[in-house]
Write a protein that binds this ligand. Structure first.
Ligand SMILES: [Zn+2]
Length: 309
C-alpha cells in the first residue's frame, strides 16, 4: 500500500504525518506564532517532512489548508484574517517538487476532514453527507453520491459557516452579515460576551474559547448559558442549511467543542424537527478520527485525483 506525506494547517499548529491507508505511521507538529507567515514556517515544514519521508518513497504530499483554495490549480486564493497571508499565490507544487521531490495536492481543510472520515471514520458507507467544523471559524464540506463537492472554482460547499442565519446580524470577517461564523465561533466570542451584563465568570476568562464557555454554562453561569444557547442555535441553523443544500443523510460535526455533550443532540433535535427531506431525518454524528481526519484523507485524495494531474 502506498504511503503518502500529509500536512494539516491549523490555527495554532501545523500537523505533518506519514500515512498509509488508515494508519498514521509518524506524526510531527509545528507550533505557530501569531501572526503566522508561510515564509517563516516553510523551513520547519520541509525539515519535518524530510524526516517523515525517510528513505522509503512516498506517493505524494497532500496539504489541507484553511481558507479558500483552488484545488485544480493547487493554489491558495484567500486566507483567514491575519494568517498565512503570504500563502496567496505561492507555488506550493513547485516548492514540494523542488524541496521534497514530491507531487502535491492542495485542498481545503474541511473537505479533507470529510474525505478522511468518509474513507476511514464515522462516514464510512455514507455517500451523502455534510461536515460542519466548529472552532476559531466554522468550516464545512459536502459529499454527494460519493463525490466530494468542489464546484467551478473549488469553493462550493466549504463556505457553510458564511451562509446567513441571522438577517441583520453582525458583520462577518468575510464581508457578509449574519453568518453563522460571525454569531458562533471562537473569534465571535468577545462580542457575544461584551454584550452581556458585566457579572459572572465569563468576563474573567482571559482568552475565551468555546470549550471554556460550555464548561461554565454546564456549571450554571447565566452569561455562559446565554452564549451557549446562541452558539447552538446558529450551528443548528447552519447544519440544516447544509442538509437542505446538499440532500445529506449524515451531518458530521467536528472541532473541539463537538465533544461537548450538548452539541450533537441539540443539532440532531433541530434537524429532526425542521429538515424537509425524504424518509428518515439525517443523522448527526461526531467525527471519529479527530485531528487525524484531514491527514488520513491523503490516500483517498490521491486515489481520486491522480488521473487529473
Ligand atoms: Zn462570513
Amino acid at each position: 500500500m502506498t504511503a503518502y506525506l500529509a500536512v494539516d494547517v491549523g490555527g495554532s499548529h501545523i500537523a505533518c504525518a506519514r500515512v498509509r491507508g488508515g494508519a498514521v505511521e509518524g506524526r510531527r507538529e509545528i507550533r505557530l506564532a501569531a501572526p503566522t507567515s508561510l515564509a517563516a514556517t516553510l523551513p520547519a515544514l520541509e525539515a519535518h517532512l524530510t524526516a517523515l519521508r525517510g528513505s522509503e518513497p512516498a506517493g505524494g504530499l497532500s496539504i489541507a489548508f484553511p481558507g479558500l483554495v483552488d484545488p485544480r490549480r493547487g493554489c491558495v486564493v484567500s486566507t483567514p484574517a491575519g494568517k498565512f497571508e503570504d500563502a496567496v499565490g505561492f507555488d506550493f507544487a513547485g516548492w514540494a517538487r523542488a524541496r521534497l521531490g514530491l507531487p502535491l495536492l492542495l485542498e481545503v481543510d474541511g473537505r479533507m476532514a470529510l474525505l478522511g472520515e468518509h474513507r476511514f471514520g464515522a462516514l464510512r458507507g455514507a455517500d451523502d453527507a455534510v461536515l460542519l467544523s466548529l472552532g476559531t471559524g466554522i468550516g464545512s464540506a459536502a459529499l454527494m453520491q460519493g463525490t466530494v463537492v468542489r464546484g467551478r472554482g473549488g469553493h462550493a460547499s466549504v463556505l457553510g459557516g458564511h451562509l446567513t442565519v441571522a438577517i441583520g446580524g453582525p458583520t462577518c470577517l468575510c464581508g457578509n452579515v449574519g453568518c453563522a461564523e460571525a454569531l458562533a465561533s471562537s473569534w465571535a466570542l468577545p462580542r457575544l460576551i461584551a454584550a452581556l451584563p458585566r457579572r459572572g465568570a465569563l468576563h474573567d476568562l482571559a482568552a475565551p474559547d468555546l470549550k471554556a464557555v460550555f464548561d461554565l454554562a454546564r456549571g450554571g453561569d447565566a452569561g455562559a448559558e446565554s452564549v451557549r444557547a446562541a452558539c447552538l442555535a446558529a450551528w443548528a441553523a447552519a447544519a440544516l442549511n447544509l442538509v437542505h443544500a446538499y440532500d445529506a443523510t449524515r451531518v458530521l460535526v467536528t472541532g473541539g467543542v463537538a465533544a461537548a455533550e450538548e452539541v450533537v443532540p441539540f443539532i440532531q433535535s433541530h434537524v429532526r424537527r425542521h429538515a424537509w427531506c425524504l424518509g428518515e431525518p439525517p443523522l448527526v454524528l461526531r467525527g471519529a478520527l479527530g485531528a487525524d481526519a484531514a491527514l488520513l484523507a491523503a490516500t483517498p485524495l490521491w486515489e481520486s485525483r491522480r488521473d487529473q494531474l
